[in-house]
Each structure stands twice: as C-alpha cells, then as structure tokens.
Design a protein around this ligand. Structure first.
Ligand code: FES
Ligand SMILES: [Fe+2]
Length: 351
C-alpha cells in the first residue's frame, strides 16, 4: 500500500506546480548575468529560482555554476576562494578547506589523515549547466536536482548587434512572482495607463491596435512593423525604423530595430530569484552612432519604465494578498494565456 503521506505530498506538489503565481518553470534557460559581471577567479553568490548558486568564471576564463552550500557543514562556497590544483581550478570552502572542481566534485578533504580511507570524489555539490554566448550567461535549472540532464534545447540566439559591450544595462528587483512579472512584461494593455510620457508615444495611439503575431521557437513574435509614427523616441533615430518584438518564453523579450543598415537591440530578461522576487534586466546594444549619443535619454527612459512597472506591481500586490481569482480576457490577455499553457505543458513534461 502506498504511503499515504508521500502520496498526498506529491499530489500537493503536482497541484502547486500548475497554479498560476506559484512554483517555477524548470528545465529551461534563464538569464543569469552578463559576461562582464563574472571576473576570473571571483566567487559570487546568486539566488535563482529560490536556490543559492555560486556563479563564476575559473582562472582560465570558463564560466561555471554550482550550488552555493558546502555539503560538509553548509558554509557558502562563494565565501571561499578559487585556487589552482595542478591544471585544474578548484573552489576551496572557507570553513574546513574542502575543495570542489567546477563540475561540483570534491577533490580534497584536508583534515583526512593518511590512514583514513575515503573516496572524496564521491562527495558532490550540485552542478548547473551554464552557457556563455553573445556576452550573456544563461543558466539551465533542472526539475530533478539529483539528475542534472543535458538540456534538450539551447539558449536564445539574439539577432543583430549583440556580443560587444552593451550601451545600457538596467537591473531592478520586483516584489513579484515570476508569473505575474512575465504576464506584466507581455501585457499590451497597460502601456497607456502605466507608461505615459511625452517622449514615448501618445496614449491614444497605443489603444486597440491590432497586432500581428506569428509563432517563433519557444515563443512568438509581433511581426516587423514601423513604430515611427507613434514613437517619438525612435523617430529621433531617423530613417524609417522597422521593429520586431519577440517573446521567448519563459522570460525573454527582445525588440530588434533596424534603421537602414544600423540596428538597435533591446533585450528584457526576467529571472525568478525566489517566490516573491523577480529580477528584470534591460540591455541595449546598438551600432547606431546617434543611439549612442542619445543613450542617456534611453537610460532614463528604461529606468522610468521599470519604476512605473515596479510601482504598479506593488499596487497589484495589495490585491494579490487576498489570493483572488483572476479574469483573463481575449485579445489583451492572449499572450498571458499562452504563457499559462506553456507552464502547464512544461509541468506535465517534468513530472
Ligand atoms: S563547511 Fe565546507 S569544508 Fe566544512
Ligand atoms: Fe510595463
């Protein structure tokens, strides 16, 4: 007979996973950091999806991620140091000096006496798959901590002018579960009410516009259109800009603007930190001289947008405290519904 407690516990877990506003999508890529944030040998503690992660770059420049809890007595490995051990680079715990390679395997326990037989290589700390490409570090967190699998898909490859130094980077932590943050990011109907500023676009022009969507890998795109009539900020770039907005679920949105042969790429990434916190990172790259010139304006704009969204999230939290059921309507909430479907699909896949 199955153990009653276990059965109900796993049932509870199953239900929790598909509830909007709870749990995290696993077995997918999340934005972790910019390449420039990780210096060789420097140990940094991050929290992703409620898990402490030591994310770093070894002394030879390779990026790695391991759980930031020493399996001995739980000291954060990120408080230790990276040392060379022959040709390998290992992380040394600050408490008793155990060392771990960047795959998470223990390589030495200094307190062992010569007569103590212990296979230290059997001690492991969780290892995360990370990829560094186009100046971005992505992390893949599996649903089953004990069985890290090879990802069955790769992180997004962004179009255009990425890879060099970004012109603008803005980061903010929202007091919001990732599900609400993603839906907020995709939601087209809040713009005229939350983001009103003279230099962006007039409120009237944003309402009830029919947008054309088409499917993309792990997401969808709002197909290339000319935003220039309504967007005063883009107008400054000159020419006839064409823009395409792509959502790659679960937490990536990018806007690729082409002005003749020049481009601007604006990337927005959401990463769940824990149940109640989501980090939003906005990055802009461009090879357009004028964009560089007016980037202080864009930076202010990006900051203002994030603050407006953050203030709205705090207001929304006043309502969410009471755990109300939410009403999704067609058209304006279509993308939100797609996200929910994806979440359900992924949850089923990872059971
Ligand atoms: S806690 Fe890390 S070596 Fe003891
Ligand atoms: Fe917004």
């Amino acid at each position: 007979m199955p153990d009653q407690t276990t059965t109900s516990a796993s049932r509870a877990e199953k239900t929790e996973r598909v509830v909007f506003g709870q749990g995290f999508l696993k077995d997918c890529w999340w934005f972790a950091a910019l390449s420039g944030d990780l210096k060789p040998g420097k140990l940094q503690r991050f929290v992703f999806l409620g898990e402490p992660v030591l994310l770093g770059r070894d002394l030879d420049g390779k990026v790695y991620g391991i759980r930031d809890i020493c399996p001995h007595r739980a000291a954060p490995l990120s408080a230790g140091q990276m040392v060379r051990d022959g040709s390998a680079c290992v992380v040394q715990c600050p408490y008793h000096g155990w060392t771990f390679n960047t795959e998470g395997t223990c390589t030495s326990v200094p307190s062992l006496t010569p007569d103590q037989e212990m296979d230290v290589n059997r001690i492991k700390v969780r290892n995360y798959t990370v990829r560094e490409q186009q100046g971005i570090v992505w992390i893949y967190i599996t649903a089953d901590a004990r069985r890290p699998t090879e990802p069955d898909h790769e992180p997004p490859v962004l179009p255009g002018v990425v890879g060099g130094n970004p012109i603008i980077v803005e980061t903010m932590d929202f007091d919001s579960h990732i599900d609400h943050a993603v839906v907020g990011l995709m939601d087209p109907a809040h713009g005229p009410y939350v983001h009103q500023q003279w230099w962006w676009r007039s409120a009237k022009s944003q309402l009830s516009k029919i947008k054309q969507f088409e499917p993309r890998e792990h997401g969808f795109a709002m197909v290339r259109h000319a935003p220039s009539k309504n967007s005063r900020a883009y107008k400054i770039l000159g020419g006839a800009p064409a823009t395409e907005i792509t959502f790659r679920l679960p937490g990536v949105r990018y806007e690729h603007i082409e002005v003749g042969p020049k481009q601007v790429l604006g990337l927005t990434c959401l990463t769940p930190i824990d149940d109640k916190t989501t980090r939003i990172t906005q990055i802009f790259w461009s090879d357009h001289g004028l964009f560089r010139f007016i980037s202080p304006l864009f930076r202010l704009g990006a900051k203002a947008f994030l603050k407006q969204d953050g203030d709205m999230v705090n207001l929304q939290n006043e309502g969410l405290k009471y755990d109300p059921s939410l009403l999704w309507i067609d058209d304006a909430d279509t993308q939100a519904k797609w996200y929910q479907q994806l979440k359900k699909g992924m949850d089923v896949r990872t059971q």
